[in-house]
Design a protein around this ligand. Structure first.
Ligand code: PHE
Length: 456
């Protein structure tokens, strides 16, 4: 294959880098505010078991599928499918489109985390004392005519700075610095939270298995979360794997990424709930325990009630900024690599065009929560429609078609080579993987998709 000898293309320096960049994409805001709240509400330890099962059954086979497509072709998402089977190029376009649309609102939320980080550092976040006051602040901030947009733009420009430096000097170097930083910060936060008095109630909330709360809906929710959290179905893993070197063991990398992603989600829960229960912040029914409100209303109020609250708030929002940044980098790269390779633009030009489009789209998404809230698509604001369209439709469809492509159309010889399966010795594993990709993943993803549309 021509791609194998394509020496001009960037490759990551080491196997560790492969794990770090891919884990950087996977670990994001979804781990830190979505997973813990979901687990708490859906049966704690029971949800966790279910989630791990979903990661193994659905997440790992699909990640391996995307890794194989990426490294076998050594192309951006569109180029990868075009090279492997021209008729499937549309799947590459779907990936680039999802990445583009997700970025539109992900930058807005990332901008909020940056604004809150800045306020924690300057101390302005510690000025209020009730969760209600924090609710007012957050709601006013969200609809402010320019502040959230400016912060989203700053985030876009920071991401641009790293992407423009290139794969080795930008993405790889930043992952080597940011991922260890993220772990240290998270471990410190979780340790501090667990050491607070009466923190065990929070641990119980997160981990005590309650199987009575597990319904078919819970299973689908766990699946959707596993999918989003592992960044599957939008070309990130294809694009990153196209930079992996030949020595990288795809199976081991996928397992490491999935384990790291799950550990981060759990640690995030341990950083939030024990501290929140210890401070008695959830005793009022008014206080949100999930979603952005948990992070931007409940937690600032919680930090405010702690000794050294400003410091803890700064550390926590730094964690969010870092988690968000490693994810925006991967999405920005999907679009940049596509423009660079398919439109024959220079890398800097491609990054620049992606950035300019993002300045525009993120401003629209941000303003749609305030000034432009009357602009609706099927009754949803621009922000919500970007979220709905990507999470509920394009991503599951992308995953579904990826599993079908790799299960049925991808050359078996290439798959064996990419996965390092030689001879008859390990054929059982390949048969198992193919069974999952051909039958199990498509059926499950179809169910997720239909459920998202309210058809199930
Ligand atoms: N996996 C990221 C998270 O958990 C989100 C993400 C989705 C990142 C898609 C990149 C691509 O938040």
């Amino acid at each position: 294959m021509k791609g194998e000898t394509d020496e001009s293309r960037a490759t990551l320096g080491s196997r560790l880098s492969a794990v770090l960049v891919a884990a950087g994409s996977a670990v994001g805001l979804g781990n830190i505010w979505r997973f813990p709240a979901m687990a708490g509400d859906n049966g704690g330890g029971a949800f966790l078991l279910l989630y791990i099962l979903c990661v193994i059954v659905l997440g790992l086979p699909l990640m391996l599928a995307e890794f194989s497509v990426g490294r076998a072709s050594r192309r951006n998402a569109v180029g990868a499918y075009r090279k492997l089977d021209r008729r499937w190029s549309f799947l590459g376009y779907n990936s680039v489109l999802v990445a583009f649309l997700i970025l539109g609102f992900y930058y807005v939320v990332s901008g909020w985390t940056l604004e809150y980080f800045v306020h924690s550092v300057t101390g302005t976040i510690g000025r209020y004392d009730t969760p209600d006051a924090y609710r007012g602040i957050f709601e006013n901030f969200r609809i402010h005519p320019w502040r959230p947009t400016v912060y989203a733009w700053i985030f876009v420009l920071i991401t641009h700075g790293v992407i423009a430096l290139g794969v080795r000097r930008g993405i790889e170097r930043s992952a080597k610095f940011l991922m260890p930083l993220l772990f240290v910060v998270l471990v410190v936060l979780a340790g501090h939270s667990l050491l607070m008095p009466d923190s065990d109630e929070g641990v119980r909330f997160l981990l005590r298995p309650d199987f009575s709360k597990v319904t078919p809906r819970t299973v689908l929710a766990a699946l959707g979360q596993a999918f989003f959290s592992l960044s599957i179905g939008m070309g990130c893993m294809i694009t990153y794997a196209s930079y992996f070197n030949k020595e990288t063991d795809l199976r081991r990398t996928a397992v490491n990424v999935a384990v790291l992603d799950t550990v981060v989600a759990l640690l995030a829960g341990l950083a939030i709930f024990p501290a929140a229960y210890s401070a008695g912040i959830f005793s009022s029914a008014e206080v949100p325990t999930a979603g952005p409100d948990l992070v931007f209303i409940t937690l600032p109020a919680l930090f405010n009630s702690m000794a050294w609250g400003g410091l803890w708030a700064a550390v926590f929002f730094l964690l969010l900024v870092v988690a968000a940044l490693t994810s925006t980098l991967s999405l920005h790269e999907v679009v940049t690599a596509y423009l660079h390779e398919e439109w024959c633009m220079s890398r800097k030009g491609a990054a620049g065009l992606t950035t300019v489009s993002m300045l525009f789209l993120s401003a629209l998404a941000s303003l749609s929560l305030g000034m432009l809230s009357d602009w609706r698509i099927c009754g949803l604001t621009i922000f919500d429609s970007l979220d709905f369209l990507t999470a509920n439709i394009l991503m599951p469809v992308g995953g579904l078609l990826t599993s079908i492509f790799v299960g049925w159309r991808f050359e078996r010889r290439l798959l064996r080579r990419e996965l390092g399966i030689r001879g008859r010795q390990r054929s059982g594993r390949l048969t198992f993987l193919l069974f999952m990709l051909r039958w199990v993943c498509p059926v499950i993803l179809l169910a997720v998709f239909l459920d998202n549309l309210g058809l199930l």
